[in-house]
Ligand binder design. Structure first.
Ligand SMILES: Nc1ncnc2c1ncn2[C@@H]1O[C@H](COP(=O)(O)OP(=O)(O)OP(=O)(O)O)[C@@H](O)[C@H]1O
Ligand SMILES: [Mg+2]
Length: 252
């Protein structure tokens, strides 16, 4: 049975998409059969995989609303072992459409049973909110990966996130585990300690893998959009960091 890994943090620009696409591509590179599920209406992970979705889809929203089977939405990427299910702007309607739907928290888990056969890992990118899509993704997951960008209000955001994830775990998914906390655009833990109390981090680190991903300083990748460093500049430091993270998670 494969594993579902959801990348989550309600804080925008924390590095979710970069972490999801690099983790998924790293797993694909090491020949794990991987599916990247883009749950963010912005579709950044879809764009990173060079998959285009027209205004009418088909996108994940089609499967959530029963218009398409999830398996119909699976698209190839340049990696043989990596496929993607794209997000389209229609997903922006999800919070409104599913607000009153009973069982909305298990929507994604139920859908994934449709594509489950022959997959080792499903990596889910989530939007910067704690709405229906993020909740359903966390409720479907075996593992959570939390990307964190170090900035002054980081502890407030982390407190809210950990409390929310714990609530979803308790109510819908007792077996779920926070697998890793990844400090993005960060060259060392000395930088992290400027914002996160070392004893707090030491406590978290007893159960959760802690890692840093360096800021990309090369020229091959444009800095304004999330990028699959492991595909576009595999010799770069962030590519190495993400490959190491994928290997650690495979050992988990
Ligand atoms: N290791 C890195 N080196 C350089 N730039 C990075 C790195 N990781 C992320 N970025 C940049 O930081 C910005 C935010 O990253 P990303 O889009 O992955 O975050 P996000 O949490 O998915 O954002 P959103 O809230 O918009 O979904 C992007 O411009 C991305 O290119
Ligand atoms: Mg994103």
């Amino acid at each position: 049975m494969g594993k579902i890994i959801t990348v989550v943090n309600q804080k925008d620009e924390s590095g979710k998409t970069t972490t999801a696409v690099n983790l998924a591509a790293s797993l694909g590179l090491i020949e794990k059969r991987t599916l990247l599920l883009d749950c963010d209406p912005q579709g950044d992970a879809t764009d990173c995989m060079k998959v285009s979705v027209g205004p009418q889809g088909p996108s994940l929203f089609g499967a959530l609303t029963g218009k398409n089977a999830l398996s119909e939405l699976v698209r190839d990427t340049e990696l043989r072992f990596l496929d993607v299910i794209p997000a389209g702007v229609d997903l922006f309607a999800a919070d409104r459409v599913f607000a009153g739907t009973p069982g909305k928290e298990t929507l994604i888990r139920n859908l994934l049973s449709d594509v489950w056969e022959d997959i080792d890992y499903i990596v889910i990118d989530t939007p910067s909110s704690l709405g229906v899509l993020t909740t359903a993704a966390v409720a479907a997951s075996d593992f959570i990966v939390i990307p964190v960008y170090c900035e002054p209000d980081i502890m407030l955001n982390l407190g809210l996130l950990l409390q929310t994830v714990a609530g979803i775990k308790k109510e819908f998914n007792p077996g779920m585990k926070i697998a890793a906390m990844v400090f993005t655009r960060c060259d060392s833990f000395d930088e992290v300690y400027r914002y996160v109390p070392p004893d707090w981090l030491e406590g978290v680190g007893k159960n959760v893998l802690l890692s840093t991903v360096a800021k990309y300083d090369g020229k091959n990748v444009s800095g304004s959009r999330p990028a699959a460093f492991v595909l576009e500049d595999v010799m770069s430091m962030p590519a190495e960091n993400y490959l190491d993270l994928a290997l650690e998670l495979v050992r988990t």
